[in-house]
Design a protein around this ligand. Structure first.
Ligand code: PMP
Length: 426
């Protein structure tokens, strides 16, 4: 249809060169050429408010990060089989952000590799193979993780050792019962594994349940399920790839919101503000057997450039108090969204913490009937007005709002006004 010639030509070129497996955002894909702070710019110089990119968490093209990267790349880049300072400087600063029990850091290039390593470690430590995950979860691109990523779709077969439990859906389960209900599901999943002769290795969850639909409340609801898994001999792996690094405003990490200390934590996405650096953090007793019996070498993981980048990102988050900013601007956003819910019946629920927000769109508030078509229209109409968000949940009926942590109060005001216009015009 209405796509400009340039975009149509780029799409054709992509298909010819990159094949059929990539997916673009939006009915009218955007040709971006530059990013700065919370904004992206297209080839015509139009500005888009980025309310979705959690990777560029300290702002697109952040100068301090670019400088750290360039400076280190000009001096030395090698791997972890030499003694270098950068990885240790980063590890010291980074581990200080975790409870004392979590004291060993290993670095990878992607969140997928971090989860893959976490699984290997959990299996060696527990002797089990079974993994319990949440409804519509996503944990990564490898074969092992695709088998525990139902959000990839029905075409990807889940592993025989994988059990999926319903989401802790605070919109449909009474708040006071969310934790007990989730724990009962995990217990049933463990019992089912055992029935097939499979010992549990871990409960693996994204601590904000991003792809399940964004579930944050009540804080603490995750604890009984973790207790159930530990009682069964399995570990708790907290996938912090999405909620981590201060995004929730109240805490640096999603697990802290639940009063938990995981056995393994995995991190990625915002860690390098776009540079591929990720990692896993372990309790020492959990990684001991793995470390004694196996070697782990990741060619690029933990290289000096990645470590310089990750340290620069962490410093910006701390010195600019971006966690506090996430809380303040996130609260403005959540309050503003709740005010919009009073005007627009399509909004069934507004939930989240800090700058991680889900807005559930329903056709009928009493029946809570998902409204995926309307949600897709909202996402595309927002894009036409140059504000970028996406949708989540298995049906795609939950607006996912997850801007850079440098999102300002003015950005929030622009966001809310635009969403109001879009909903009014629907
Ligand atoms: N876990 C979660 C919760 C994720 O959202 C993602 C990425 N979308 C991953 C793991 C995998 O990270 P990566 O794409 O860096 O491999």
């Amino acid at each position: 249809g209405s796509l400009p010639e340039r975009e149509r030509a780029l799409i054709a070129r992509r298909e010819r060169l990159l094949g059929p497996a990539y997916r673009l955002f939006y009915a009218d894909p955007i040709h971006v050429v530059r990013g700065e702070g919370s904004y992206l710019y297209d080839a015509d110089g139009n500005r888009y408010l980025d309310a979705y990119n959690n990777v560029a968490s300290v702002g697109h093209s952040r100068p301090e990060v670019v400088e750290a990267m360039a400076k280190q790349a000009a001096v030395l880049n090698t791997h972890t089989r030499y003694l270098t300072d950068g990885i240790l400087d980063f590890a010291e600063a980074f581990l200080a952000e975790f409870p004392a029990e979590l004291s060993h850091l290993m670095l990878t290039c992607t969140g997928s590799e971090a989860n893959d390593l976490a699984l290997r470690v959990a299996r060696v430590h527990t002797g089990g193979t079974g993994v319990v995950i949440a409804h519509n979860a996503y944990h990564g691109v490898t074969s092992a993780l695709a088998e525990m990523s139902p959000s990839l779709g029905a075409a990807v077969k889940l592993g025989d050792h994988v059990r999926v439990v319903p989401a802790p859906d605070s919109h449909r389960i009474r708040e006071a019962e969310v934790g007990a209900a989730f724990a009962r599901s995990v217990e049933a999943a463990i019992a089912d594994l055992r029935e097939k002769g499979i010992a549990p290795a871990a409960l693996l969850v994204d601590t904000i349940f991003s792809s399940s639909g964004v579930f944050t409340d009540p804080a603490g609801f995750l604890a009984p399920a973790v207790e159930a898994m530990r009682k069964a001999g399995g570990l708790f792996i907290a996938d912090e790839v999405q909620p981590g690094f201060g995004r929730l405003g109240t805490h640096m990490w999603g697990f802290a919101r639940h009063g938990l200390v995981p056995d393994i934590v995995t991190v990625g996405k915002p860690m390098g503000n776009g540079h591929p650096v990720a990692g896993a953090i372990f309790r020492p007793e959990v990684i001991e057997a793995f470390g004694k019996s196996q070697r782990y070498f990741n060619t690029f993981g933990g290289n000096p450039v990645s470590c310089a980048v990750a340290l620069a990102v962490l410093r910006v988050i701390k010195t600019e108090r971006l966690q506090e900013n996430a809380l303040a601007v996130g609260t403005q956003m959540i309050e503003g969204l709740r005010a919009l819910a009073a005007k627009h019946d399509l909004i069934g629920d507004v939930r989240g913490s800090g700058l991680f927000i889900g807005v559930e769109m329903v056709r009928d508030r009493k029946l809570k009937t998902p409204a995926p078509e309307e949600t897709a229209r909202v996402v595309n109409d927002m894009r036409r007005r140059r504000v970028l968000i996406s949708a989540t949940g298995q049906e795609g009926h939950i607006l996912k709002i997850r801007p850079p942590l440098v999102f300002s109060s003015d950005d929030a005001t622009l966001f809310l006004a635009t969403l109001d216009e879009v909903l009014a015009a629907l």
